[in-house]
Write a protein that binds this ligand. Structure first.
Ligand code: NAG
Ligand code: NAG
Ligand code: NAG
Ligand code: NAG
Length: 470
């Protein structure tokens, strides 16, 4: 069969939108034989059912249903993908996406099968789609190799974008390999091994996977590695479940955050392992109702809320819980960082049952976050309140105090609660004096080290102080 003929057949059998649902059923029946024929030719593996709901909390409404039928599978090989690691498979993915997205069935599966490595140029997979979608990666997907091979006139800030999708699961046993090395080595990046950082806004590098203005999303099971920049970024999304991910990049790879969320609500991040060169999970402005559980981070820069309030912006973050996690060999453990001069607030945050292993700043609030050393102090600040640190134990790297609470001069932190804190030096001398500045709250149990620098009670705010509680 020639390639073009097979394309035609594929189109006849895989395109849903030309048929009404009744006709669709008939056509489906009639073409069953051919359909199976094509299937056997490309040895399509059985469609893996979405992960059993038993492992996901059943109270999250709206994720792709586990009912697999009627399911239509759109294998990228049937759309001309080669998967040899060098041919450009972008068109095949786009066609498979369009077919899956337009298919009026309960669930459409776009399949990138095991045993192949697909090269995909920067692409926006746009919705809305007519059905729930599974983007099943069992093989490997890779972008062009480095900035030289990136298509000109294409944004260098993102590789694969999912835009305006409701109900999609990105899943599989495969690998998303961002081939970041040539990006990390760009001369504008902070030099390997140095403490400096790239200047803001310079040196664009692509986020590997971005979900934008989408909802009811699941990302599970995949290995994502060596992204040029963030591995996953969710912005302006709702109802997100991330689980069983493995994210890996070298400890000195710049800005390779594992999972970044921004303006995104109702987010659940579970059972994943991240080692990388920047934040393990970072939570930006506009996020609320975020639940992170059973994450192992490290080496990394820990779990961060922020940075918030850059260029006098307003940031609101609330109801964030991080529980049952491990942070090891990292610059920071749990961190809240804000710039001088912001507005808004961070509130109702709980860090509970977190084990630290050789972490430089296990617990840190930094309201003087600044990359250039040239940030003037300002009178406004993001207001930090109602933050609980419970059962945080383990070891720190003695180069910095294990508790560092640097709150704003004009807008003190309030109601910081500490309970069952036990942090010991990984090696070397016990650091007896944590750092506090304008930090108000309460220790409910004796902390190790003692947190006598914490101010008791409720701070007084100056008459001119703007406390913007969002
Ligand atoms: C997400 O799913 C829920 C529950 O099925 C649904 O009510 C909601 O409309 C969906 N979100 C969007 C933006 O469609
Ligand atoms: C925690 O996550 C790991 C994967 O990182 C998983 O193997 C383990 O079963 C999870 N533990 C619990 C209690 O869910
Ligand atoms: C906090 O977020 C969780 C999801 O992580 C949600 O179930 C809960 O209702 C939220 N609480 C409040 C008070 O909004
Ligand atoms: C900003 O304020 C902090 C706390 O009062 C102080 O330690 C720091 O030196 C100030 N920075 C500048 C640039 O004035």
């Amino acid at each position: 069969m020639t390639l073009s003929l097979s394309f035609l057949l594929v189109f006849a059998f895989y395109s849903c939108p030309f048929f009404t649902s009744t006709e669709g059923r008939v056509v489906h029946g009639l073409t069953k034989h051919k359909h199976l024929h094509i299937v056997s030719q490309i040895s399509l593996p059985p469609v893996p059912a979405p992960a059993p709901q038993a492992t996901s909390p059943s109270y999250i409404a709206g994720f792709p249903t586990p009912e697999p039928s009627p399911t239509r599978v759109f294998n990228v090989l049937s759309f001309g993908a080669v998967g040899d690691g060098s041919s450009d498979d972008t068109q095949a993915f786009k066609m498979a996406w369009d077919a899956a997205c337009q298919c009026q069935t309960e669930l459409s599966v776009l399949l990138a099968p095991v045993g192949y490595s697909f090269v995909i140029l920067p692409t926006i997979f746009a919705g809305p789609c007519k059905s729930g979608l599974v983007f099943q990666i069992d093989g490997t997907i890779v972008p062009p190799d480095g900035p030289e091979s990136w298509p000109t006139k294409t944004s260098k800030r993102q590789w694969l974008v999912f835009y305006k999708i409701n109900e999609m699961s990105l899943q599989g046993g495969g690998v998303i390999d961002g081939r970041g090395e040539k990006w990390w080595n760009l001369p504008c990046k902070p030099h390997k091994g140095m403490n400096g950082r790239a200047l803001l806004g310079s040196c664009d590098s692509p986020v590997a996977i971005r979900f934008f203005m989408s909802s009811n999303l699941t990302v599970q099971g995949l290995i994502a590695k060596n992204s040029p920049q963030f591995h996953f970024r969710f912005d302006n999304c709702q109802n997100v479940l991330v689980e069983m991910l493995s994210i890996k990049a070298p400890a000195l790879s710049p800005n390779t955050d594992g999972i970044h969320i921004e303006n995104t609500n109702n987010v659940h991040i579970y059972n994943s392992v991240v080692s990388n060169g920047d934040d393990c999970v970072s939570i930006g402005a506009g996020c609320h109702d975020v639940n992170i559980r059973n994450i192992t981070c490290g080496p990394s820069h820990g779990i961060s809320i922020g940075s918030l309030g850059i260029r006098n912006s307003r940031a609101c973050v609330s109801n964030v819980t991080v529980t049952d996690s491990v942070i090891k060999h990292s610059d920071n453990g749990v961190r809240i960082k804000t710039w001088q001069g912001g507005y808004g607030s961070v509130s109702e945050v709980t860090f509970n049952n977190i084990h630290m292993d050789t972490v430089r700043n296990p617990i840190i609030i930094d309201q003087y976050y600044c990359l250039s050393k040239k940030c003037a102090n300002q009178t406004s600040a993001v207001y930090i309140s109602d933050i609980s640190y419970i059962n945080i134990k383990g070891t720190y790297d003695v180069r910095s105090p294990p508790l560092h609470l640097a709150c704003s001069d004009s807008v003190p932190c309030s109601n910081l609660i500490f309970s069952d804190i036990e942090l010991l030096p990984a090696k070397g001398q016990f650091v007896a004096d944590p750092f506090c500045w304008n930090a108000f709250g309460d220790t409910q149990t004796v902390t190790i080290p003692p947190l006598s620098c914490l101010s008791e009670g409720i701070p007084r705010f100056g008459d001119q102080t703007i406390v913007d509680q969002c």
